[in-house]
Design a protein around this ligand. Structure first.
Ligand SMILES: [Zn+2]
Length: 108
């Protein structure tokens, strides 16, 4: 049984932002991943403004070697780290409620 929280359930507003942003950027291969995208872990940093999270397992440090896809938004840019064509990490900064929602969902 898969108990991992889905991004679309935990952060519906962010999921819409990601979908619209990726469609605008012409990245249908990433849009297709959104429905099944799961939060596997919260970012471990101490920044109170950071609501970033991982969407793959196992967690490793290689995500920084991926492609960065930046979605500009008036509420602050959201950056996807894409590794091997797979969304691996979602960088979210300064969005109210995202950090607590992610931590609650990820159990951390
Ligand atoms: Zn962080």
């Amino acid at each position: 049984m898969n108990a991992r929280p889905r991004v679309a359930d935990v952060l519906p507003d962010l999921a819409v932002l990601l979908r619209d942003g990726l469609e605008t950027l012409g990245r249908p291969e990433l849009v297709r991943q959104l429905d099944g995208l799961e939060i596997t872990a919260a970012c471990a940093c101490e920044n109170e403004l950071c609501g970033s999270f991982y969407t793959v397992t196992p967690m490793r440090r290689w995500f920084r070697r991926g492609d960065e896809v930046t979605i500009d938004d008036p509420g602050g840019a959201v950056i996807l780290d894409v590794v091997g064509g797979e969304i691996a990490y979602v960088e979210v900064l300064g969005r109210a409620g995202v950090r607590s929602a992610v931590r609650q969902a990820a159990g951390g």
